[in-house]
Unconditional design. Structure first.
Length: 326
């Protein structure tokens, strides 16, 4: 690398690159800080999608529980209407109970079908089993109404008040209890998953905030130690050189390329000023020696003057003075 200072050319060997350039480092920091919001949005979208999926599962389980409560209520109502038929003396008194029973059986089948369509995958088999027992229960109660209308309430009571009726009802109750327990567990798992999603979302936000704080702190440290400090040192060195203070030390440390080049330029400038200062000093000494030689009155005084000035010009050298005459 060639440098021109004061009309003189100086060639300084170009050292190996100290590291990444300052521009590259700054661009990397800016790009990283710019990617943090994008990363945050992406992770937030993923967390929202998981949360939406888990909320949907919780809603589906809650709807299943509501269907279960309606089924329980309709089964109980059907049983009460059946008892009304049993206790009636004739069909005229039992017919209002029969109409309510038929209507409630239709609602029961509709709820069972809607429940089966909206059932969660893990409870599909339980719902199918319960739907089959509901159909059996509906057929049994429909037959009870037919017997009461076509024959008598006594025949209906004889058909309904037996072991077959109790077996159907017991199986239905067992299925309802099993499904209710399964849905309680499903709701518990869904709620736990929703809470876990919320905790994960908060954790992600905290992690991003911490990462952003670390990146900001790292950027500030880099700007301070890798940019401001060396630049201020170079500025101080240049000011001292401008004031004529040559007692400076431009220490070579691993820096970014741009600052390293500035440091090398200051070092070359410092070396040049030191050499120029030395030449100016020697020139002044020689000029003073010439004046003193002109004013000497004897050889002894001349020898003394020459020895003194040569000692100042060559302080670390020893020698002898030889006089040559024609």
């Amino acid at each position: 690398m060639a440098v021109e200072l004061g009309g003189m050319m100086f060639r300084v060997p170009t050292p190996r690159r100290a590291g990444y350039s300052l521009k590259t480092r700054l661009y990397c920091i800016i790009a990283f800080l710019g990617l943090l919001p994008v990363l945050g949005v992406a992770l937030a979208l993923v967390a929202i999608e998981f949360s939406r999926h888990d909320d949907a599962a919780l809603d589906r389980a809650a709807r299943g529980t509501i269907h279960l409560e309606r089924v329980n209520g309709l089964v109980y109502a059907v049983v009460m209407e059946s008892r009304g038929i049993y206790m009636s003396a004739d069909w005229a008194a039992a017919e209002p109970f029969a109409k309510n029973l038929i209507r409630q059986l239709g609602e029961l089948q509709d709820v069972a079908r809607a429940w089966m369509v909206d059932a969660i995958a893990s409870q599909q088999s339980n719902i199918e089993q319960l739907t089959g027992r509901i159909d059996q229960f509906v057929r049994f109660r429909t037959e009870l109404v037919r017997l009461g209308g076509e024959e008598s309430t006594a025949a209906a009571r004889a058909f309904g008040d037996n072991d077959a009726n109790r077996t159907v009802r017991t199986a239905l109750n067992e299925s309802l209890r099993a499904v209710a327990h399964a849905y309680e567990q499903e709701i518990g798992r869904a709620r736990s998953q929703v809470e876990a999603d919320q905790r994960n979302f908060v954790t992600i936000l905290l992690a991003l905030a911490g990462l952003a704080a670390l990146a900001l702190g790292g950027g500030l440290i880099f700007v301070r130690t890798g940019l401001l400090t060396p630049v201020l040192r170079l500025k101080e060195s240049m000011l001292r050189l401008a004031r004529g203070d040559l007692d400076i030390d431009v220490t070579r440390r691993p820096r970014a390329d741009e600052i390293a080049e500035m440091a090398r330029a200051v070092e070359v400038f410092h070396t040049t000023l030191v050499e120029r200062h030395k030449l100016n000093r020697e020139t002044r000494l020689l000029s003073d020696l010439n004046e003193w030689l002109q004013s000497c009155n004897s050889l002894g005084e001349l020898y003394q003057m020459v020895a003194e000035f040569l000692g100042r010009l060559l302080p670390s050298c020893g020698g002898s003075l030889y006089i040559y005459a024609n």
